[in-house]
Write a protein that binds this ligand. Structure first.
Ligand SMILES: Cc1cc2nc3c(=O)[nH]c(=O)nc-3n(C[C@H](O)[C@H](O)[C@H](O)COP(=O)(O)OP(=O)(O)OC[C@H]3O[C@@H](n4cnc5c(N)ncnc54)[C@H](O)[C@@H]3O)c2cc1C
Length: 235
């Protein structure tokens, strides 16, 4: 679908913790948006018309609303705009935008998603789409790096998917984990390095430039072809 300008209304806000919240917008005019999992919308965040990009985290089977996950920590114009939004406020959105979408199956053995922080947003949409809509049967593994356990959210949602779909695995990774944290500690790259890195896998990376550079270096060093590494840099 070609990008269009939309007016959308804040219908619901879910505060996950101090850092992350999810915002649910109902589309007003036009009333319907078709998007591919992984695409983003550009939101006007001030009177001068300055914009910021946010990946849609909802399943692309929803057409009359869209959900955005916002990391509030940058504390700039964009995140402050979201913080100040009240229920019923209208936003000006342009979308769907971007080419970071699921690529057609070219015979790769597995799908591997690696995110840091809010980089999880497009992956929630992609993974829901793969598991619930297109019935993907290849193994799907998600690595998600956060700093503290207090930053964590969606762990129940991902655990439910692990329980329901035998081909889905989830590895949360904490860089500032407490001693007793039983799962991966350190950077997502460290966690990925100690697991199987399928050479014929299809990789999707999203989050900080540093993570994308480090993970790409690891993957290419293990023999993964550059054409099978897809990424979106948030900052
Ligand atoms: C294609 C695309 C999709 C994006 N999707 C999302 C999304 O789904 N959710 C989301 O929260 N953000 C997303 N972003 C980042 C978002 O567009 C803004 O950059 C972010 O909200 C900061 O905006 P700001 O105006 O508050 O801060 P700014 O004043 O623009 O930036 C302040 C500083 O924070 C850094 N920064 C920006 N984002 C982050 C971050 N997440 N963590 C740490 N530092 C950061 C910037 O590099 C800058 O140094 C996306 C960016 C792109 C390019």
């Amino acid at each position: 679908m070609k990008p269009q300008r939309f007016t959308a209304k804040l219908a619901e806000k879910e505060v996950f913790n101090e850092k992350f919240s999810k915002y649910i917008f109902e589309l007003e005019q036009p009333h319907r948006m078709e998007f591919e999992a992984g695409q983003y919308v550009s939101i006007t965040v001030d009177e001068a018309g300055d914009r910021r990009s946010y990946s849609v985290c909802s399943n692309p089977d929803t057409h009359h609303s869209f959900e955005l996950l916002v990391d509030h920590s940058p504390d700039g114009k964009g995140t402050t705009f979201f913080k100040n939004l009240k229920f019923g406020n209208e936003v000006d959105a342009m979308g769907p935008l971007g080419k970071f979408v699921l690529v057609p199956d070219k015979g790769e053995d597995e799908l591997v998603f690696v995110a840091t922080g809010s980089g999880i947003a497009p992956f929630m949409s992609m993974i829901l789409n793969l598991l619930q809509d297109v019935n993907e049967k290849r193994p799907i593994t998600l690595y998600w790096g956060l700093r503290y356990v207090e930053n964590m959210f969606w762990e129940n949602e991902f655990q439910d998917l692990v329980d329901e779909y035998k081909n889905f695995k989830f590895h949360p990774v904490l860089s500032k984990a407490l001693e007793e944290w039983p799962l991966c500690k350190g950077r997502v790259t460290d966690c990925l390095a100690i697991h199987d890195v399928p050479v014929k896998g299809c990789y999707y990376l999203c989050g900080s430039t540093k993570m994308i550079e480090d993970v790409s270096e690891l993957l290419l060093g293990r023999g993964v072809k550059a054409e099978n590494v897809h990424f979106e840099k948030f900052y």
